[in-house]
Design a protein around this ligand. Structure first.
Ligand SMILES: O=C(O)CCC(=O)C(=O)O
Ligand SMILES: [Fe+2]
Length: 348
């Protein structure tokens, strides 16, 4: 079959409408698989959506955050730290967001994707913009808020709590993080992956790391997320009621590479349509990100990143889909002639 060149990756199978909605993408009823969705062999997933790994993804119980149990919280801080050091990804259970609410959001998301294309295009993403319907529905916070009141606030509150637990695990003063907390700059994205007759020849969402601090992901009980850990791909088994939390690039930079932003992707399957909702917890555009000096000094490290603003990072990300963070990395000179620069006096 024809293959698309590297520089123009083929379409992902994300966010296209179902045939029921009268879409022009009728992949699941065709015996022929539309060519624009076929990925070059070296970029195909190879790992089916339901071939779950025996490797246990960390699952952390956050009951103590609801009850205020201090001893329990200490344990959770340690578990989160371990999960962030080892994985950059974990499942949160008993996180305090009612399952019923998440289910309602999911129903509304499905309704949205079932709308005729013309309707969805009414909230189309503007060129250069960050929100609106594209392959997926990004930043439909207002929309989601209107139809499922409270969901955005709940996700924002949870993400803030999780950040504080993460910060505690880094053993830096929480005040260092206050400036990253901005209620208005989180982004909610709904992803819709229709079924595909040849799921291993395409990709739902290409390999990426999330740009932000942390992501709170809710998915239906159908596998799809795959994580790249220590060079191998792992299909994450969804857990009903759990929220998947992953570290983004900005937290990797702040932690001077202590916590890794894990590469991940989403694959599709041949029978079921799959939905996910990702809440990207992010600072406002003008916020400057650079490694926390306490961490750098304590671990006797050099600064791995030069400072960048969220806006600069997003602009770089637009040009380069993967590994944007590398653009801001300070490449160390060999030790004998090292006189590395301290990027900013602000934290000193
Ligand atoms: O659909 C998924 O489960 C993954 C979504 C994701 O990684 C993202 O939206 O950044
Ligand atoms: Fe992601």
């Amino acid at each position: 079959m024809h293959q698309t060149g590297h520089h123009h990756p083929p379409n992902t199978l994300r966010g296209t409408s179902s045939t029921a909605a009268g879409s022009n993408v009728t992949v699941h009823e065709e015996t022929m698989f539309p060519f624009e969705f076929v990925w070059p062999v070296h970029k195909r997933p190879f790992l089916p959506y339901d071939e779950f790994s025996d490797v246990e993804i960390p699952t952390i119980d956050f009951t103590c955050l609801q009850t205020g149990d201090e001893a329990g919280k200490k344990q959770v801080v340690a578990q989160v730290r371990a999960a962030c050091l080892d994985w950059g990804f974990f499942h949160a259970i008993n996180h305090g967001i009612p399952l019923e609410l998440l289910d309602r959001v999911q129903i509304q998301a499905q309704r949205f994707f079932d709308l005729p294309k013309e309707e969805k295009l009414k909230v189309q993403k503007k060129p250069g913009g960050h929100i609106g319907y594209e392959h997926a529905a990004t930043g439909l916070k207002d929309y989601a808020m209107k139809i499922v009141p409270g969901v955005n606030e709940k996700l924002e509150k949870l993400a803030t709590k999780l950040m504080l637990v993460i910060v505690e695990g880094l053993e830096v003063n929480a005040s260092h993080f206050e400036r990253f907390v901005d209620k208005s700059s989180g982004i909610l994205r709904w992803n819709h992956y229709p079924p595909c007759p040849q799921p291993l020849k395409t990709m739902g969402m290409d390999t990426h790391t999330d740009f932000n601090l942390i992501t709170v992901l809710h998915q239906v009980s159908i596998g799809g997320v795959q994580l790249q850990k220590d060079g191998s791909w792992i299909a994450a088994k969804p857990r009903r009621g759990a929220l998947a939390i992953n570290i983004g690039d900005m937290l990797q930079a702040l932690s001077n590479d202590l916590y890794k932003s894990i590469p991940h992707r989403a694959v599709v399957n041949s029978t079921q349509s799959r939905l996910s909702m990702a809440y990207f917890y992010a600072p406002s555009l003008e916020t400057e990100i650079s490694p926390l000096p306490k961490l750098v000094q304590r671990n006797n490290q050099s600064w791995n990143y030069k400072p960048f603003t969220v806006a600069e990072f997003l602009a770089a990300k637009k040009e380069k889909v993967f590994n944007t963070l590398e653009r801001f990395r300070i490449h160390q000179t060999p030790p004998q002639c090292s006189s590395h620069t301290t990027p900013t006096a602000e934290y000193a």
